[in-house]
Ligand binder design. Structure first.
Ligand SMILES: [Zn+2]
Length: 273
């Protein structure tokens, strides 16, 4: 599933390659993904003569703002963007949207499992944007000092993955961050000390910056814009490593895997308290 680092990679690639280009036309090759496409409004946002003004990430969603409006795009389980040729008649399998530009380049949206969506951006979404961005250490510190969150009995991992609190942390990055902060994913929020919250707020952005630099984690079907697999998974300290030695120096623990909230949690029982 594309997580924050993968989405940020697509944002960076689209900004680098398509900003300011004039749209020739957009084609939707089916009627729906997770939801039906609102064709009238989408065709308007990407109308002939419009151009890409700004592309940015909001949690795990990607926002494309054109001179005509904006859309929020979720990549769902398997969405990806890819550069295409303007004059190629062939549509790749699972290619659901194609945008063609007047300079001959093109951008395709591919999504084998079709859990993604393209939604017209609501003007309301621009206001307040209260959800914390996990790349922002200061914003994380504010969240981690909010007693309505920190006194809760639910697990720290579940809280980190709550998209209503922090936008964009999924299973992999929650577990990797908790390892770096030496906190067990099973601890309740109310048991975390001030110092630990500080370390966590510091480690999350550092870890994500690294993941972005490495092109994300290539889990299952994920491919980056250039078609390469991301290689952050080579840097995973705990995710997918059950039974292997803990990578923290001087720790003799073995990575364990336990079910938690319907998913797996990997951690080192020896150095994550
Ligand atoms: Zn360890």
């Amino acid at each position: 599933m594309p997580e924050l680092a993968e989405v940020q990679n697509f944002v960076n690639s689209i900004n680098a390659n398509f900003l300011g280009l004039t749209v020739n036309n957009i084609k939707f090759h089916r009627e729906n993904l997770r939801y039906p496409f609102d064709l009238e409004q989408l065709n308007n946002v990407f109308a002939k003569g419009s151009s890409f003004k700004k592309v940015f990430r909001e949690g795990k969603q990607l926002v494309i703002e054109t001179t005509q409006g904006a859309v929020n795009i979720s990549l769902g389980m398997s969405g990806a963007f890819k550069a295409i040729e303007n004059n190629s008649k062939k549509i790749e399998k699972h290619q659901h949207v194609s945008i063609y530009f007047s300079n001959g380049s093109g951008l395709a949206y591919i999504d084998p499992r079709r859990f993604g969506f393209w939604k017209i951006r609501d003007a309301k979404m621009d206001q307040g944007n209260a959800i914390c961005d996990p790349l922002d250490e200061r914003a994380l510190n504010v969240v981690f000092q909010d007693s309505s969150i920190t006194v809760k009995n639910r697990s720290i991992k579940e809280m980190l993955m709550d998209q209503k609190i922090i936008g964009g942390i999924g299973n992999i990055y929650a577990l990797e961050a908790l390892f770096l902060a030496r906190i067990s994913p099973f601890r309740s929020c109310s048991s975390i000390g001030q110092k630990e919250w500080k370390i966590l707020a510091n480690q999350i952005p550092l870890m994500l910056e690294k993941a972005i630099a490495f092109g994300g984690s290539s889990i299952a079907s994920y491919r980056s814009f250039s078609g390469n697999k991301g290689n952050f998974q080579e840097l995973h300290q705990v995710y997918g490593r059950e039974g292997q030695k803990c990578l923290r120096s001087k720790c003799s623990g073995l990575i364990a895997r336990l079910p938690q909230g319907g998913r797996s949690s990997w951690y080192c029982p020896n150095c994550q308290k």
